[in-house]
Design a protein around this ligand. Structure first.
Ligand code: NOJ
Length: 588
């Protein structure tokens, strides 16, 4: 049985090899490259999330930039991704790492220029990689011209009505208008010089826009057009379920009925996204809308994916799911079922710039993710976490739908948990009084080469990084160190994505669950592809009549040990290869 991912990759067709720039990526029409011509690209795309400040610094100022991304496009092409999603790259005072935008139509000078962004979009596209930009419609920076105008304007003026200004409660208006809490902690209201208060669901430097105002709708449609006209393939919509508020601003009740919460998932939101979808569809190559929608209710979530609304949403249920077979299986089933009802592809997300990196998370006693339970000093077993993160990556790659990879996950970076307090930047850490470790630990600059900081991230070896910390032991995790190592996380991702591009399951094939018992997730796709994940302590005997395409961890005597995923391809006829013997199978 074949287990070495790189050896197997050598047998792949020319167009699938990582080192060659894939012609087949450009031409969806080319036959034999596992791509159906009529299938929209986004339905099974692999999207790589670029946190630009920490990706690569070309000009040596300690902050990643557009030139750094352009210099590493071949790395991304070799990795085998279909699209790049950039976190906000707009001018920003960085109260929330760029999610406080001053000008939505330009590039922060720390990153480069608009011209360079256009070049990057075109160069990536020439390599078959599309670009997705981050749109932040719920709030702006407190330095945005609209908010400055509002501060200078009197109460009840049009300029103030673009936001949520209200008089306070109490004898002198000294109390906030209601008890709403900021997602970053503390009151969601801040008082201004003339005594009025304004709403910010995040930091005070991020005042919420009032989507009751028509110019707010118009402005955002214009921003979309601006980027669509520059060749971006789509937008990721920040805090997409929060835009609309109940204008009465009633108190927040914990068990509000669906659609009744005063600022989450309000029904009128769907009108916004219908307008955006019509705009996106008006392009010859229709643009794509990806929503950041954190909702526990799968059916409410799916409403955003109706055919005239968003194309995809991030699957946070899967991301937050503990590494346990029951919850994982249930999460996958629920996502597939709820998405199928609206004919939308599910997405498989293991990490992003807001959550604890998967290697660290999966090494903990509680392997799930919740913002509320993040605490300093939670122990982790990184070896175990890495093994599980490898298994999770192959599981995610094998599932039908699209996949998101947060930069550094392909290197197996752990969360940097030893950032000294004086270097931390995240408002979640600051506003929690240091109780919540915040998100800096997953935003550390990538290690490209060498054995000590800045690990090739910047050309200046003595540079002071924007987040002035990289762990001392990241040398073996650098791209350089992992490239030639067939057992590295990077090799696993490269080989896995290469095979995924070949779609060994056939175009768009659905998943068929196989029953290997409680401790195992197993499914077939198409005629001959099988994915099996063993969560249990008992090594699992693999079925006969199949070749191993790849495994997340070396097999032990042809058995699948704990926390390992294997991809199998049938070599004999289906009758001979009967993975579920003697158990029965059922469809999803
Ligand atoms: C979600 C983003 O992912 C996060 O980083 C940001 O802090 C909030 N939205 C507010 O924009």
């Amino acid at each position: 049985m074949q287990t070495d991912a790189t050896e197997k990759a050598a047998e792949l067709p020319e167009c699938e090899r990582a080192t060659e720039l894939p012609e087949c990526e450009r031409a969806t029409e080319l036959p034999g490259c596992g791509r159906a011509t009529e299938r929209p690209w986004w339905r099974d795309a692999v999207v790589y999330q670029v946190y630009i400040r920490s990706f690569a610094d070309a000009n040596g100022d300690g902050t990643g930039d557009l030139a750094g991304v352009r210099a590493h496009l071949s790395y991304l092409a070799a990795l085998g991704v279909d699209a790049l999603w950039f976190n906000p790259w707009y001018p920003s005072p960085l109260a929330d790492a760029g999610y406080d935008v001053v000008d939505y139509r330009s590039i922060d000078p720390a990153f480069g220029t608009l011209g360079e962004a256009e070049q990057l979009i075109a160069e990536a596209r020439a390599l078959g990689i599309r670009t997705i930009v981050d749109i932040v419609p719920n709030h702006v920076s407190s330095l945005h011209p609209w908010f400055k105008e509002a501060l200078a304007a009197p109460a009840a003026s049009v300029a103030r009505q673009r936001f949520w200004f209200r008089p306070g409660k109490g004898a002198d208006g000294e109390l906030p208008p209601n008890e709403w809490q900021s997602i970053f902690g503390g009151s969601a209201w801040t008082r201004v010089a003339d005594g009025e208060w304004y709403l910010h669901l995040f930091a005070p430097e991020q005042p919420d826009l009032n989507w009751e105002r028509p110019e707010v709708w118009d402005e955002h449609e214009d921003i979309l057009r601006f980027w669509f006209d520059r060749g971006v393939a789509g937008v990721r919509i920040d805090s997409a379920a929060l835009l609309l508020k109940d204008p009465e601003l009633p108190e927040d009740v914990p068990d509000a009925a669906p659609g009744e919460h005063p600022f989450t998932d309000r029904d009128q939101l769907h009108d916004v996204y219908r307008r955006w979808r019509a705009l996106a569809d008006s392009y010859v190559e229709p643009r794509v809308l990806v929503g950041e929608v954190w909702l526990p209710d799968a059916e409410r979530l799916a409403r955003y994916l109706r055919p005239d609304e968003l194309h995809t949403v991030f699957n946070f249920d899967f991301l937050a799911c503990p590494w346990e077979p029951g919850p994982m299986r249930a999460s996958i089933k629920s996502a597939l079922a709820s998405h199928a009802r609206v004919d939308a592809p599910a997405t498989w997300v293991l990490s992003n710039h807001d959550v604890t990196r998967s290697v660290t998370r999966y090494g903990r006693a509680d392997t799930g993710f919740a913002f509320e339970t993040k605490r300093e000093g939670t122990p982790t077993d990184l070896l175990r976490g890495q093994r599980r993160a490898r298994a999770a990556a192959l599981l995610a790659m094998a599932l039908p739908g699209s996949m998101y990879i947060y930069q550094g996950e392909e290197l197996g970076l752990p969360e940097a948990e030893d950032i000294p307090p004086e270097k931390r930047q995240d408002p979640m850490w600051l506003r929690s009084g240091g109780v919540d470790p915040g998100r800096d630990g997953c935003r550390v600059a990538l290690p490209w080469s060498g054995t000590k900081p800045p690990y090739g991230f910047s050309p200046d070896p003595n540079v002071r990084l924007w987040l002035d910390h990289q762990p001392d032991n990241w040398g073996p995790l650098s791209v350089e160190a992992q490239t030639e190592d067939p057992s590295s996380m990077l090799s696993l991702y490269r080989a896995g994505l290469r095979i995924r591009r070949q779609a060994p399951w056939g175009a768009g094939s659905q998943l068929q669950w196989l029953d290997y018992g409680e401790e195992v997730i197993a499914f077939a796709r198409g005629e001959s592809f099988f994915c099996i994940v063993n969560f249990g302590t008992q090594p699992l005997e693999l079925p006969a009549g199949a070749d191993v395409l790849m495994a997340s961890t070396e097999l032990v005597g042809d058995k699948l040990s704990q926390d390992t995923t294997v991809w199998l391809v049938q070599t004999t006829n289906r009758a001979a290869f009967d993975p579920e013997q003697p158990r029965a199978h059922h469809s999803s």
